[in-house]
Design a protein around this ligand. Structure first.
Ligand code: 5GP
Length: 107
């Protein structure tokens, strides 16, 4: 079995994480090094490495769900403006090989 990603360890409680949302499909945690007043990472429980590794037949609903959760969190944090971002691949700035949507918000 391959080693768990950092986000799997956070989801499983093996590494501390500041959770702001949990459901059956994903969790959201505060980014440890925030680049905006609100900076959350919305992470599917399924450890999909990234956008390119999505299973065409079953994973797109997960992506839709991540966007819905991000929108709800931005609203509950009263963000006036926000950015939703997937970093893809090392050259695209992706450090952690477990799909995650950045929510960066400003009030
Ligand atoms: P990426 O660059 O892979 O798109 O984003 C990874 C994000 O994870 C970065 O914004 C980084 O600050 C954040 N991060 C790295 N290590 C940890 C950690 O241990 N806990 C949390 N909550 N965030 C982390």
């Amino acid at each position: 079995m391959s080693e768990k990603t950092l986000f799997e360890k956070i989801i499983d409680g093996e590494v501390p994480g500041d959770f702001v949302h949990k459901d059956d499909i994903c969790v959201a945690i505060k980014d440890i090094n925030p680049k905006a007043p609100v900076h959350y990472l919305i992470v599917p429980r399924k450890p999909i490495p990234g956008i390119h590794e999505l299973d065409e037949n079953e994973d797109w609903p997960i992506v839709t769900h991540l966007f819905k959760v991000a929108k709800g969190l931005a609203e509950s944090e009263s963000c006036e403006g926000y950015r939703l971002q997937f970093n893809v691949g090392e050259k695209g700035g992706q450090i952690i090989p477990h799909l995650h949507l950045h929510l960066m918000g400003w009030k």
